[in-house]
Design a protein around this ligand. Structure first.
Ligand code: PDD
Length: 289
């Protein structure tokens, strides 16, 4: 897309104008954080929650905020408008900035952060496809110890996803010390004895914006969600397995390494959760600026 507009610093420019220095610490050290924000009906979905998590990630790696939440929201909304995007994804990355020569030590004074954002078209969630479900594979969780921060140090995620692909699966579900943590780019829900579970927040789980939204909608409908450690051994006795993310919404896992999770009669708790998510999503978009 040659006429694509991107956010570069605080300016909207043609994508071709952007030049990122090889000395940028985002390039050299993956010294950078990011967000992926869905756009529906030309509106950024749960933008406040994404910007709040961005601030948490920035604080977690000691990169200064480049702007206030209000200003960030304005800039991202302007980017969506500039590209005439209706349904898609907003990608935002902030690196610590450019410093030379290469040096592990954090620079003092801190350089100006590099800010880049772009949009891409992406279809909104679709009920039938979500209910049909995906195939997933269990893969060892070999990521670093601060997976609760949304940093671009994603090589372990990328390789886990590739391992899943090699085994014919669309997502890798990560296992650390006999415990299910999350997907390579998604969070996990398990339904067991009619109850919904998701891993407790902690250093090996990204606090997913989609997941929190699904949990809130379920709780509003008096469906309790328990956040706790999910031992791998629980999979055998579970009826349903779902994943959630900004890109996929809420999706059933239909097969995990050959263990089938057939769609329950009437759609099971997944159907309730998806309908609540969808109604919530539409209401949220209707009231978003
Ligand atoms: N990934 N866990 C991981 C490791 C993720 O990378 C993601 C999202 C999630 C779900 O978070 P959210 O609901 O806030 O999107 C959980 C994005 C979409 C990505 O890297 O493309």
């Amino acid at each position: 897309m040659t006429d694509e507009i991107v956010l570069w610093g605080e300016r909207l420019v043609a994508a071709g104008e952007v030049r990122i220095s090889p000395w940028d610490r985002g390039f050299l050290f993956a010294d950078s954080v990011y967000e992926v924000i869905p756009v529906y009906d030309a509106k950024a979905f749960l933008l406040e929650a994404h910007l709040a998590r961005l601030e948490r990630s920035l604080a977690g790696v000691a990169i200064a905020r480049p702007w206030s939440r209000e200003r960030g929201g304005e800039l991202l909304r302007a980017l969506v408008r500039a590209n005439g995007l209706r349904d898609g994804l907003l990608y935002l990355q902030i690196t610590r900035g450019e410093v030379r020569p290469r040096d592990h030590r954090l620079p003092e004074p801190a350089p100006a952060p590099t800010v880049f954002a772009a949009t891409s078209p992406h279809p909104p969630p679709e009920r039938e496809e979500a209910a049909r479900g995906i195939t997933a594979a269990l893969v060892p969780d070999e990521r670093w110890g601060r997976c609760d921060l949304k940093t671009t140090a994603l090589l372990a995620n990328v390789l886990a996803r590739e391992e899943a692909r090699r085994r014919g699966a669309a997502e890798a579900l990560l296992v650390r010390d006999g415990v299910l943590t999350e997907g390579s780019s998604s969070n996990i829900f398990l339904v067991r004895a009619g109850r919904v579970f998701t891993p407790a927040d902690g250093p090996h789980v990204l606090p997913g914006v989609t997941r929190d939204f699904v949990v809130a909608r379920l709780e509003e409908a008096d469906i309790a969600v328990e956040r706790r450690t999910l031992p791998l051994s629980w999979i055998a006795g579970s009826e349903e397995l779902w994943i959630s993310s900004s890109g996929r919404g809420l999706v059933r896992v239909a097969d995990l390494d050959g263990r089938a999770f057939p769609e329950p009669p009437g759609g099971g708790l997944f159907a309730r959760a998806w309908d609540l998510f969808e109604a919530g999503r539409r209401a949220e978009i209707a009231r978003s600026p």
